[in-house]
Structures are given as structure tokens and as C-alpha cells.
Design a protein around this ligand. Structure first.
Ligand SMILES: [Zn+2]
Length: 238
């Protein structure tokens, strides 16, 4: 905690306290509240396609597209959604994809206690491992919001934080616009964020996301990008 207290003072000359906190909590490159990455190495023409908020009833439509192109992705699952749809969660693993932790109930972490945050990560980790057999090594914060206590919770579960290089806003944009947003953020090592669920909603309409994936994957492959899981992108020798 002492180290944290020193950071705002050190940055105080450049940023006001409020601006610093906003960056610390939401900034994609911030690791103030825990180790976190937002992109992979730039030396290989590879990117990672990631999905948050699943699994949902229509996740299999995305799996089918990925399977058709023979590409893997990483799914940051909410524990509560895994408990609602265990067969879908398992199908993701069986499809050769990576599973990450996206909390249990998708809360906003700011102003919550360290215990609350730790329990959210632990419950999701447990649900995912119980129903899929996979133990996540990556965590993506709900809404990208990090807070006090997250660093310790990540450390206890040995979870690395993952933000994104480009996010599709696929929950509100039309597919063509979502593809445009993602493609504009593409470069070697990019981590791309889409959503195969909508927080904890049952039967969410993810039609726009499915269509985004259908357009985006062949486009990336045509441009010569290799699609990899987050683990492979960040640790290519593993
Ligand atoms: Zn989310």
C-alpha cells in the first residue's frame, strides 16, 4: 500500500489526483492495481481475438465461425454465466480455445472492498474450473475497472491482467462499424475485444457480435495476421 500511496505524489506534477485515479482505474496501460498487459510483442504478425461476458446461448454460433477458419480465441467468462450454461462453457474449451476469468457477477469494482473483489475472482475461478476443467491464468476486469485489492486477489490466484488494444463496441454498434473500430486498432501483437454475452443477461442478442466475427476473421487472415490465444500471443515459446 505504501508504494501505491507514493505514485500519486510522484505523478502529481504532471497529472491532478483525479486525472491520475481515472487513468489508474480505467487506463489500458495502467498496472497500478495489478499486473496487466494490453498488447503482445510487436515482432510477430499475430493478434489475439478475445470475448468477454460469456458464455451465452449463442456463443456456439461464434465457435462455429472460428472452427470454420481453424482459429483459436480467448473467452473471458463470467462465473455466473458458466453456472447457467455449463455445456457451452465446456464446448469452448473442447474447441481448443483459452478461457479467462471475467469475475463472477460482472460488478463495477470501484469503491468495493478488497474482500468483495477477491471473492468475485475466486468464485469465477472455481466455477470455470469445476465446469470446464480449465484453470484460467488471465483475468479481465469488468468494464476494464481495476481497484484496490485487485493486485492481491490476482496474486493469490496467479492471474495476469489483460486489457485490450482495440474494442469493438459490438454491444451497441452495427457489425460494419464494430469491424471498422477493431481493424483501425490492428497491428502486430494487438489484443482485440468483443463480447459473446451481455453481462449476466440470459439469452442476450449477440447477433451483431456474431456478424462482426463473421466479417472480421477472414479480413484478418487476408491481411496475413495469425490469430492466437492470449497465452500463445504473450508467451510464444510455451
Ligand atoms: Zn464485461
Amino acid at each position: 500500500m505504501a508504494a501505491l500511496a507514493e505514485i500519486p505524489l510522484a505523478a502529481g506534477g504532471l497529472l491532478g489526483g483525479a486525472a491520475f485515479m481515472a487513468w489508474a482505474v480505467r487506463g489500458r496501460a495502467s498496472a497500478v492495481f495489478g499486473p496487466s498487459v494490453w498488447r503482445g510483442p510487436r515482432d510477430r504478425k499475430a493478434v489475439a481475438l478475445t470475448f468477454d461476458d460469456g458464455p451465452s446461448e449463442d456463443t456456439p454460433r461464434i465457435l462455429e465461425i472460428l472452427d470454420r477458419h481453424g482459429v483459436p480465441a480467448t473467452f473471458f467468462q463470467c462465473g455466473a454465466n458458466v453456472e447457467r450454461l455449463p455445456p457451452v462453457a465446456r464446448a469452448i474449451r473442447q474447441g481448443g480455445h483459452e478461457i479467462g476469468n471475467h469475475s463472477h457477477t460482472h460488478p463495477l469494482f470501484c469503491f468495493r472492498s478488497a474482500r468483495f473483489i477477491a471473492e468475485e475472482l475466486e468464485r469465477a475461478q472455481c466455477a470455470i474450473e469445476t465446469h470446464t476443467g480449465a484453470r484460467p491464468v488471465w483475468f479481465r476486469a469488468p468494464f476494464g475497472v481495476r481497484w484496490f485489492g485487485l493486485r492481491q486477489a490476482q496474486a493469490r490466484l496467479q492471474l495476469g491482467g489483460v486489457m485490450w488494444s482495440a474494442i469493438g463496441y459490438d454491444w451497441k454498434l452495427k457489425p460494419e462499424a464494430a469491424v471498422g473500430r477493431v481493424v483501425s486498432g490492428i497491428s502486430n501483437g494487438a489484443i482485440l475485444c468483443l463480447h459473446d454475452g451481455r453481462e449476466l443477461r440470459a439469452r442476450p442478442d449477440i447477433g451483431a457480435t456474431v456478424e462482426t466475427v463473421r466479417l472480421l476473421v477472414p479480413m484478418l487472415l487476408d491481411q496475413g495476421y495469425k490469430l492466437e490465444t492470449v497465452s500463445r500471443l504473450l508467451c510464444p515459446t510455451n
